[in-house]
Ligand binder design. Structure first.
Ligand code: MN
Ligand code: MN
Length: 469
């Protein structure tokens, strides 16, 4: 029998194999340049939006500047109109009314704008050994040992008894003071080093150092605390009891920056999930006269399980769709059963330093494009909506038709752990949903890393989804 030519074998492999490639081997130079430009704006967004409140307000500013108007319940909107819905300053829906009736369903991209961090406790400030600290309660899944000895900033809102709101943002400007959680020196860390990594730093050890000088002329106890309260009162006009009605969040004070000699990656706090939220926002802003009504939902509370009235396990998105439906005389459920959603959230990128937790044929890799995850959850697919083969088929085809570089991804080996997203809450509304997002290195750490090409492919995926006819 005649030997098959090598190029014929290559062709056959190309035709029959699933073999995701490095995006730079597929994309042309113009697109790579567009990706790098897109990521410059993304880095700005990261620096200006480290909390869900800041992200919501930044998104609303961007939306207004792009012709979006505030949604008024009961109002009628026509094709091409751009509206935004502000849910309590912590979650936002951007919506562009489609040419088709909503009875054909809406196209949703849902990402979250909260990230793991340290929240201040309701009564946080104390003095010990003439040093002042703030008590914290961590928010979301963190590795506690990663938070001491890095520069920290304090962001959030203090609500006064008269309803006035004071916005706090300290530690971001170059000449701002910063804060820190201390750690033991190795010389005295022998006992601490015997603890497991998970126990090395305990929840109650995450106390934030905020001052060490007494109030001038005061020799009584708690003079350092008095001095701090006096500074807060003079600068912001709030007192210790006002902490009780505040949401103050301690986040890393780092700025987003390029990573690598080739500048191919971005290091920053809070890629999870701003790295999907920002592309989803930009895709909505760029959507002109879509066929279907499109929505980017930027939600809160994903990191603590999506509960609460700003999270997607509540009804705010469902009610918003009900309003859209009633505008045309339909019920919301008639719209939701025809709707489709890209649940836009990050996944773990394969890390060559820690290959043992991944199954390499189904892991997501940086630079291989946006990752589609048929299911998330843990153990025997517990806690996932698991997208149908039919919907996966549809998503595959629109991504390929639009030349979006994408890959499949699974969060770790079977039984290695797992995680969830907002997908199941949207799916439970009778919507077709699949998870899609950017692979992240050091996910949930104070300084996460992503690839610029993957960020841009996420934007392309959402933008093309919104263009479906
Ligand atoms: Mn996430
Ligand atoms: Mn997360």
């Amino acid at each position: 029998m005649e030997k098959t030519e090598k190029n014929q074998i290559d062709e056959l492999k190309e035709k029959l194999f699933y073999s995701p490639k490095h995006a730079s081997k597929i994309l042309n130079d113009d697109i790579i340049e567009d990706a790098d430009d897109f990521c410059e704006s993304y880095k700005n967004f990261l620096d200006n939006a480290k909390t869900e409140r800041e992200a919501a307000s930044e998104i609303i500013s961007l939306a207004k500047a792009n012709g979006f108007i505030e949604f008024i319940p009961g109002e009628k909107y026509t094709a091409g109109e751009k509206i935004y819905y502000n849910n309590r300053g912590k979650s936002v829906i951007l919506c562009v009314i489609g040419k088709k009736s909503v009875i054909n369903g809406v196209k949703i991209a849902a990402a979250h704008i909260d990230s793991p961090r340290l929240d201040l406790k309701p009564n946080p400030l104390y003095e010990d050994c003439e040093t002042a600290f703030l008590k914290t309660h961590y928010y979301g899944g963190i590795k506690k040992y990663q938070w001491p000895t890095i520069p920290l900033a304090l962001h959030g809102a203090v609500v006064l008894k008269d309803g006035g709101v004071i916005t706090v943002n300290v530690g971001e400007d170059d000449d701002d003071p910063k804060f820190v959680v201390t750690d033991l020196l190795p010389h005295l860390g022998a006992e601490q080093s015997k603890r497991t990594l998970g126990e090395g730093i305990k929840g109650e050890d995450l106390n934030v150092l905020v001052g060490s000088r007494p109030f001038k002329g005061d020799d009584s106890s708690e003079s350092v605390k008095l001095n701090i309260l006096n500074i807060l009162y003079e600068k912001y006009g709030f007192t210790e009891p006002d902490f009780l009605s505040a949401e103050l969040e301690v986040v890393p004070a780092f700025k987003a920056c390029d990573i690598g000699f080739d500048r191919s990656m971005i290091g920053a706090y809070g890629h999870d999930d701003r790295v999907c939220a920002y592309p989803a926002v930009m895709a909505a802003l760029d959507s002109e006269n879509p066929e279907y009504t499109i929505m980017s939902v930027l939600t809160d509370k994903e990191e603590t399980g999506s509960d609460g009235n700003t999270g997607l396990n509540s009804s705010y998105m469902k009610y918003f769709i009900n309003y859209l439906a009633s505008m045309e005389g339909y019920d919301g459920y008639e719209v939701m059963r025809k709707s489709e959603c890209l649940s836009a959230d990050v996944t773990a990128a394969f890390d060559p330093t820690y290959p043992e937790v991944m199954e390499k044929r189904n892991a997501a890799y940086i630079n291989k494009g946006v990752a589609v995850m048929k299911y998330t959850g843990s153990r025997g697919k517990s806690g996932t909506s698991d997208a149908s083969a039919e919907f996966m088929g549809k998503v595959r085809s629109f991504l390929d038709n639009a030349n979006v570089v994408w890959q499949v991804g699974e969060l770790g080996k079977v039984d290695a752990g797992g995680g969830g997203t907002v997908a199941k809450y949207v799916a439970n509304l009778d919507v077709d949903v699949v998870d899609i997002g950017v692979p992240v290195l050091s996910m949930h750490s104070p300084f996460e890393t992503v690839s610029k090409l993957d960020v841009y492919m996420a934007y392309k995926a959402f933008a093309e989804f919104f263009k479906l006819k």
